[in-house]
Design a protein around this ligand. Structure first.
Ligand SMILES: Cc1cc2nc3c(=O)[nH]c(=O)nc-3n(C[C@H](O)[C@H](O)[C@H](O)COP(=O)(O)OP(=O)(O)OC[C@H]3O[C@@H](n4cnc5c(N)ncnc54)[C@H](O)[C@@H]3O)c2cc1C
Length: 395
């Protein structure tokens, strides 16, 4: 049976981040994905400064647009629309197209390696079974050429919000801590938009709009030749979460696109795609030899819907735990994951409060100091130390 130092299921940001660091630490990694790359993944691919800083390499070749200004909106046709335009000296968000971003990151990952470390990529059809023993993990997969079995001391489940790994290690059931958000997106070329947008925004405005649906927001993310428009619900742990999730429909996105951009989505045959976002991971406790990272571990931020940063940080934490050469890799991973989980728990509480009454949250954002703190945390993350320096620094 072919064996590796680590098997990783899923070659998105979490899987690639894990594989990259392991290969550089001299480990032989098997990286599996159900899809060939480049592949589409529903995502607005806004990369905050903390995400860019967490990446081990520059992703400049796939950055299409850099935003120094964010437009926050609240209110709809029945209530007065309020708008807050915040300009910052440093970039708030860099914009990429997810398909190209992931293909680029996978390419860097497959080229990574030192001291005999390497990453082997294999496309599989499905996972059949995971068997965990005291010393190793065995993985049965279905491939186009038939079933195969691999073994390794550790397996990382980085297979996203719908991933099989989490369900298999929890005996086919979702664990109690796991929650979901849901978001839909479409791309509208600048060339399909009217000269003046009905909402009054410029086509290249980065917009977060808390009006279209409860428990989440609508967005406009400007790219090189199009705008990524979407609606999503992220405050998943509210009692009315299911009702909120059901409001994220294709019709709602079509109505929102007409309202914001004056474009009939069906007329431009836009590809509308959606996906769940894995949440609740602040309560995830790593156990055994199968560890979860990224959306599979429920690590999306419930306030902002941002997940690429957590995917990178958790993947890197898993790699660091593995290379620490401890016998209890789950414990080592849990320790390294904790700072991120604390941040996500804080965000989940903030999300519950904010989305219960977004008008109040919006009013709070009018206060310059509070606005500065919130934006700084969104773009740069929580300060590891030096709170005073953090708040006095320039946004
Ligand atoms: C509409 C939408 C917009 C979003 N916008 C943003 C944004 O602007 N910024 C941001 O930071 N986050 C955003 N997110 C969240 C972000 O997309 C995720 O948090 C991020 O992709 C998580 O990375 P991951 O590596 O954990 O999982 P994924 O990126 O989902 O990667 C999982 C990989 O596993 C593979 N896989 C799945 N099942 C199997 C299997 N059984 N066997 C083998 N492989 C498998 C998949 O093919 C995939 O390649 C958005 C999400 C959605 C749905």
């Amino acid at each position: 049976m072919p064996s590796y130092d680590t098997i990783i299921v899923g070659a998105g940001p979490a899987g690639c981040a894990t594989a990259y660091d392991l290969a550089h630490a001299g480990r032989r990694v098997l990286l599996l994905d159900r899809r060939s790359f480049p592949r589409h993944k529903a995502c607005a691919c806004g990369l905050t400064r903390k995400t860019l800083n967490a990446l081990r390499y520059s992703v400049d070749p796939v950055i299409e647009y850099i935003c120094h200004e964010v437009v926050l909106q609240q209110g709809n046709n029945d209530t007065a629309i309020q708008e807050l335009r915040v300009h910052t000296r440093n970039p708030i968000c860099a914009m990429a197209v997810r398909e190209r971003f992931d293909a680029f990151c996978l390419k860097q990952t497959l080229a990574a390696g030192s001291n005999g470390g390497s990453v082997t990529f294999l496309k599989i059809e499905n996972i059949i079974a995971i068997r965990e023993s005291d010393a190793s993990v065995e993985l049965d997969v279905e491939t186009a050429d038939g079933p195969l079995t691999f073994a390794a001391p550790v397996l990382i489940g980085a297979d996203g919000s719908n991933g099989q790994t989490r369900r298999l290690i929890h005996q086919q059931r979702e664990p109690g801590w796991y929650e979901r958000g849901f978001a839909l997106e479409a791309c509208v070329p600048y060339s399909a938009m009217p000269a003046e947008l009905p909402c009054g925004n410029a086509p290249t405005d980065l917009v977060f709009d808390f009006a279209p649906l409860p428990g989440g927001y609508g967005w406009l993310f400007p790219k090189g030749d199009h705008v990524n428009i979407g609606v999503g619900v992220f405050a998943a742990s509210e009692e009315y979460a299911d009702t909120n999730l059901r409001q994220v429909t294709r019709q709602r996105l079509a109505d929102y696109t007409m309202h914001k951009l004056g474009v009939e989505l069906t007329a431009i045959t836009a590809h509308i795609t959606g996906q769940y976002l894995g949440m609740g991971g602040d309560a995830y406790t790593p156990r055994g030899r199968v560890l979860l990272a990224g959306d599979a571990a429920g690590l999306v931020d419930q306030l902002t819907g941002e997940g690429i940063y957590s995917a990178l940080i958790s993947g890197q934490a898993a790699a660091a735990a593995i290379t620490s050469n401890t016998t209890d890799v789950a414990r080592a991973y849990a320790k390294r994951l904790r700072p991120l989980q604390r941040t996500l728990a804080f965000s989940a509480r903030a999300a519950r409060s904010f989305y219960r009454e977004p008008e109040r949250g919006f009013r709070a954002m009018r206060h310059p100091l509070l606005r500065r703190i919130i934006l700084k945390i969104y773009t740069e993350g929580f300060p590891a130390n030096g709170l005073l320096r953090f708040f006095l620094g320039h946004a």
